[in-house]
Design a protein around this ligand. Structure first.
Ligand code: MG
Ligand code: MG
Length: 260
């Protein structure tokens, strides 16, 4: 049932996730008040094609764009539009690529200018929660260990975990078994084998955990209209320590040099 990847497949997946990481850094340069989410999407598609890959999401189950751009109370799967970002917004940007028959899939939530302290904490804690999950993605551990670690960190900080949307296996399909929930019980669920490639992607809400889907058939929002954050890594399960295929280092470099 679970597809264990060969080292050759893992190297292709690594290249693809590095390309997604670099694409997100290109997009990071454009995230500012006044930018439309369509402009971000266009830049991402151009950069991906310039690097000999295809957008991984465009056309996937009919999704119309290269990026999922989810602003403020939008959790995930937001569709790029003429919406202009404003100071104080946050925007989750999820990006996929396909090259050589394999996918890449990574996401980051950006602030637009200065944001509220409580929302800054949401971003920090969600990113930390992702790493808490990564630390559990070790051969022989169970899926519940990952979910528990993510959930415990989010809830300890007063936030809530979206239940309906989960992480997943990654390979020649964008979504492969297993589902990787961001909640769970320590020591429960299937064992995770070495060589499994998964995406861990906590979606953490400032308020309550409930979500709903827009009439557009894609956009997921928080029911209480409070902000939600989303960070995602692809990784290989290994003995002792996960091998993370994505990186935020290119994004952080852009953001650290950025003046609004
Ligand atoms: Mg994603
Ligand atoms: Mg994903």
């Amino acid at each position: 049932m679970l597809k264990i990847k060969s080292e050759e497949e893992i190297e292709l997946l690594r290249q693809n996730n590095l390309l997604v990481s670099k694409t997100l850094a290109e997009v990071a340069k454009l995230v500012r008040p006044g930018a439309t989410t369509e402009i971000l999407d266009r830049r991402a598609e151009e950069f991906i094609r310039d690097n000999g890959a295809e957008p991984g999401f465009k056309g996937y189950h009919g999704f119309p764009n290269t990026l999922c751009t989810s602003v403020n109370s939008q959790v995930v799967h937001g569709i790029p539009s003429s919406y202009q970002l404003i100071e104080g917004d946050i925007i989750s940007i999820d990006c996929g690529v396909k090259k050589n028959g394999y996918y890449g899939d990574t996401a980051f939530t950006f602030r637009v200018g200065q944001i509220d302290e409580s929302i800054a904490k949401l971003l920090r804690v969600t990113r930390e929660a992702l790493w808490k999950g990564v630390e559990q993605a070790i051969a022989g551990k169970r899926l519940g260990d990952i979910g528990f670690a993510v959930q415990a960190h989010a809830e300890k900080n007063g936030f809530s975990v979206v239940r309906e949307m989960v992480g997943h296996g990654l390979g020649s399909n964008l979504h492969e078994p297993p589902e990787v929930p961001n909640y769970g019980k320590r020591g429960k669920g299937p064992k995770i084998p070495e060589g499994l490639v998964i995406c861990i992607e906590p979606m953490i809400n400032l308020g309550k955990k409930e979500i709903l889907q827009d009439r557009d058939g894609w956009t997921i929002r928080t029911l209480d209209k409070k902000p939600s954050a989303h960070f995602e890594f692809a990784l290989v399960v290994r003995k002792g320590k996960a091998d993370v295929l994505s990186t935020f280092s290119y994004i952080d470099k852009v953001l650290n040099n950025k003046t609004y």
